[in-house]
Design a protein around this ligand. Structure first.
Ligand SMILES: *Cc1c(COP(=O)(O)O)cnc(C)c1O
Length: 384
């Protein structure tokens, strides 16, 4: 069926203004990591989300790694992390030689279960080794239950790193997603809601910590007339060219959020009534950027499996995907501890088995959404 035009899950969507910022970088010969676009992009993003400071880096993964370094996570330390997420949330724990402990989801947001987190924290206290950090992920744009998670982490004095790679532009009780923890992380990878082709941002209200992040991200060069180094750093800064792309993308972020939310609405209107289909919920007082429209299929009720639906969409040249495979189920992490939502409920495993992400790019033409909808309906043998 390769003659059919491919419908992508989430493809880059340029505004047209990117080239002006890039041209400016070329005209002034700022073809370097650092430069005026980087400084401006940091200020503009910090102001957009309402936080004191931001450091632009070359990936979201790098931003998480820097956050762990700044929290002094070392070999043998423990770090709690959402299980239902992309591997990049946890890889930096391994870079530091620390040990991840994975926390299940809860059904209302699909994100970190506060009751599983509470058990993990109280066990850690009992064993006399509290984690150095908790990495909370906001999946597909939906904020986790931040009030509950913050109050637990405050009680145990454990800092939060908010992995908001997928939730830039979302809010929780009116406040920007990514600004709740000690550190927040955004990604501008090609498939995210806005992109610099590759890039990330570390944000915090702690201006000194962000200053230190910039230092670590440029090989930790001491203030001296020659090259002098007292600690080990990284080459993690964002280039001035890509920061230009980011500035133009940030100008249209609100439009991108509106477009993705409209796509979600459309799918929901057309598919939610079908028996066995249920969409990712939105917690009260939160507003998701709906980065990807995600739904669950009850195999028995719908009469089809997720696998077979994905297969049939693939034959139509439509790119749809499973929900993230939980990290505690990955061969890479099979020896690491995991806390389920409850004795009888393993929410992330259920979501993995039943969840599917539909094409959700903000530049998807209406007719492509219609094609996806009718393909799903056809496969489910529902009247189109
Ligand atoms: C994309 C993503 C990251 C990593 O961002 P990169 O910029 O690709 O390094 C981290 N966490 C989550 C949840 C992501 O979706």
């Amino acid at each position: 069926m390769k003659h059919k035009k491919r419908i992508f899950l989430s493809s880059p969507h340029m505004s047209g203004n990117e080239q002006n910022y890039i041209k400016d970088a070329f005209d002034t010969n700022w073809i370097a990591p650092l430069g005026p676009n980087v400084d401006a992009f940091e200020k503009e993003l910090a102001s957009y989300v309402g936080i004191n400071d931001a450091a632009a880096v070359n990936s979201g993964t790098a931003a998480i790694h820097l956050a762990l370094r700044l929290l002094d996570v070392r070999a043998g330390d423990k770090v709690l992390c959402s299980s239902l997420t992309f591997v990049a949330s946890a890889n930096p724990i391994i870079y530091q030689g620390a040990e991840p402990i994975f926390i299940d989801s809860e059904p209302e947001t699909w994100n970190m279960s506060p009751q599983a987190l509470e058990r993990a924290l109280s066990d850690a206290l009992r064993d006399g080794k509290l984690p150095k950090a908790v990495i909370v992920v906001n999946l597909y744009g939906q904020s986790a239950k931040m009030d509950e998670i913050l109050s637990l982490c405050n009680e145990y004095h454990v800092p939060i790193i908010e992995d908001a790679a997928e939730s830039l532009g979302s809010t929780y009780k009116g406040k920007a997603s990514g600004t709740f923890g000690k550190f927040g992380v955004y990604s501008f990878n090609g498939n995210k809601i806005i992109t610099t082709s590759g890039g990330g941002m570390l944000v915090s209200n702690d201006v000194e910590a962000i200053k230190k992040a910039r230092f670590l991200a440029t090989q930790a060069r001491d203030f001296a007339p020659h090259y002098q180094h007292s600690e080990s750093g990284y080459n993690y800064r964002m280039s001035n060219i890509l920061a230009g792309v980011g500035r133009a993308q940030l100008e249209v972020l609100n439009e991108r959020v509106e477009a993705r939310r409209a796509i979600f609405e459309r799918y929901q209107q057309e598919l939610a009534y079908i028996p066995g289909i249920s969409f990712m919920p939105q917690l009260e007082n939160t507003r998701s950027n709906r980065w990807l429209t995600t739904l669950r299929i009850d195999e028995e009720e719908a009469g089809i499996s997720v696998e077979s639906l994905l297969q049939s969409l693939a034959e139509e040249n439509i790119e749809a995907r499973h929900v993230w495979k939980p990290l505690h189920m990955q061969p890479l992490f099979e020896r690491d501890p995991y806390y389920a939502h409850s004795k009888s409920e393993n929410i992330s495993e259920q979501l993995f088995k039943t969840g599917i992400c539909l094409p959700s790019g903000s530049n998807m033409p209406d007719e492509d959404i219609s094609i996806v909808i009718s393909s799903v309906k056809n496969f489910l043998r529902v009247q189109v």
